[in-house]
Design a protein around this ligand. Structure first.
Ligand code: G3P
Length: 221
């Protein structure tokens, strides 16, 4: 399963990309706004750090405007994937962008039937937001299960399932068990994923034993 870092903070992207486990990056207008920087500049800088799909979202609400914006964003770097909202105008834009060979990530997906529409419009990826469903008492992961099962049953569907709005490491564990193609990971979630108390205790014990053995054994001249 691929991991896409979900942030527009370039310092964080640089830090986590150095681990060698990040396959791409997802951003959205809220994350870009939080960075306080010019949209295009941030996307360009992210593309220079991570060599993989970088999602940049359109803000127009009509298909024509989305396509214009999408073409402009795709022109920033060949790795840019145009993020389009899952509304009727977004489906039209997805169809048009994919006909032009521009990759799309259809976002704000909250139901299996929305995901089917994204796939039929030719989306490269669809982003179901599981955390936001959990937040209101629904089971976000059930949505992933439905979409993965459906897409698997129809081999002509090539749209990748990108699990978005992940909130904790168990979301990633469940996504990988279900066979989702990609999971987003906010930076703090990567810290959670890498950390285990037994790893820390084990390492401390190994180093302590090593130190003791070296003090006890005669050292080479
Ligand atoms: O990038 C989209 C998504 O991952 C947003 O997550 O935490 O704002 O629901 P969240």
């Amino acid at each position: 399963m691929q991991l896409f870092l979900d942030t527009a903070d370039v310092d964080a992207i640089r830090r986590y990309a150095s681990w060698g486990v990040i396959d791409g990056v997802t951003t959205n207008p809220s994350l870009i706004a939080r960075s306080g920087r010019v949209f295009e500049e941030v996307i360009e800088e992210i593309c220079s750090i991570v060599d993989g799909p970088i999602s940049a979202e359109v803000t127009a609400l009509e298909a024509e405007g989305m396509v214009d914006e999408g073409e402009r964003l795709a022109g920033i770097h060949p790795n840019v994937v145009v993020k389009v909202p899952l509304i009727p105008e977004g489906l039209k834009a997805t169809k048009a962008l994919s006909a032009r060979g521009i990759r799309t990530n259809v976002t704000l997906c909250f139901s299996p039937t929305q995901a089917l529409l994204a796939a039929k419009a030719g989306a490269t990826m669809v982003s179901p937001f599981i955390g936001r469903l959990d937040d209101r008492g629904e089971r976000g992961m059930a949505l992933i299960e439905d979409i993965v099962t459906t897409f698997r049953a129809y081999p002509r569907i090539t749209t990748q399932v990108l699990v978005a709005s992940t909130r904790h490491a168990d979301h990633v564990r469940q996504a990988m068990l279900l066979g989702a193609d990609i999971s987003t990971v906010p930076p703090k979630l990567l810290d959670q994923m890498v950390t285990h108390d037994l790893t820390d205790k084990g390492l401390a014990a190994f180093l302590e034993d090593w130190k003791k053995a070296r003090t006890a054994a005669p050292q080479p001249a």
